[in-house]
Design a protein around this ligand. Sequence first.
Ligand SMILES: NC(=O)c1ccc[n+]([C@@H]2O[C@H](COP(=O)([O-])OP(=O)(O)OC[C@H]3O[C@@H](n4cnc5c(N)ncnc54)[C@H](O)[C@@H]3O)[C@@H](O)[C@H]2O)c1
Length: 355
Amino acid sequence: MRYALIGCGRIAKNHVAAAINNHLNIVGLCDIISENAQRYQAANQLDCPVYTDYRQMLKENKPDFVAIATESGKHAAIALDCIKAGVNVLIEKPIALSVADAQAILDAAKAAGVTVGVCHQNRFNKAVQKLRQAFDEGRFGPIYNVSAVIRWNRDEGYYKQAPWRGTWEQDGGCLMNQCIHNIDLLRWFGGEVSSVFGVTNNFCHPYIQGEDFGTAIIRFANGASGTLEGTVNVYPRNMEETLTIFGERGTAKLGGHSVNTILEWSFADKKDNLESVQREFTEDPPDIYGFGHTPLYADFITAITEKRKPYVTAEDGKSAMEMVLAIYQSSKEKMETALPLRDCSSLDFTGLFGR
Ligand SMILES: NC(=O)c1ccc[n+]([C@@H]2O[C@H](COP(=O)([O-])OP(=O)(O)OC[C@H]3O[C@@H](n4cnc5c(N)ncnc54)[C@H](O)[C@@H]3O)[C@@H](O)[C@H]2O)c1
């Protein structure tokens, strides 16, 4: 399968590795800063051409599968161009920064008959997969509430690395960028969201426009509740990313730096225990991005060849993004916000924290 990557910055490392691990035929690397693409070309001894214009790459090299790893505010326009060219597209999270753009991607993919997926790779963490299996087997019984906590640190050095980070036009705040993986999991386990009550703030990052802290109470359509706490203000380093499910017949908590271990595992059916699942399903990745890109790519490739939906669909990507926008709106209006949103964009929050 002919593969190309658009955007060769920080996370591109995981994409190139996933493409190589899945034996894709890499036919092009594209970055508006040519050296960024050349760096990956050289490091991986690839003999594919390097492009600065993705449209030219699409035309000349006709990839079957393109991954987009540019700044978030550019995802939608690039994805739409790829889809219109008949290419299957895997988009880094978040899928887009507005409901209208995400919907346009969904509509265009349907019209063109191509596969679109989103990189919420934490779904492939071994611990998350084990949790999902228990959930799908009904071991929790009725779910009461789901809790997602992201307590990380991002300092000025991190934001200064790339000026797009933390801007409303290209990124959003910590919920849209860092916390959206766990927000995706919260929604994946909690189900359809009917409303959120959010409170966001920017406590100590005056050089970014978006929030550095966000919390929300969530009502799921099935009657369950959810709670979210996400921050990049933890002194002095990343503390944890946890996901806890409380059901009538089971309680499970995942944790570690990015939901890659199991901290609590109690079920009425006693089919297994904490020690055994911890031993089997703990991972120790070198960074918070984990090992998920490779299995996510494997699934996406199979989805294309079998003409089925990928494990993480464009609809999933839209739902996670929409939930973040709803939390932003709720916080701004100091009111509970019902979903689905009619339209909302990260740009609607310009100036919210005085910037
Ligand atoms: N899945 C994850 O865990 C994860 C982790 C980090 C970042 N991300 C997401 O990946 C995306 C990129 O993040 P990053 O940290 O790698 O950013 P980055 O700034 O390091 O890299 C972005 C790259 O895209 C290039 N680019 C911009 N416009 C382009 C265009 N039109 N054509 C080709 N290249 C273009 C830039 O020159 C830059 O090299 C963001 O959307 C971010 O949210 C996901």
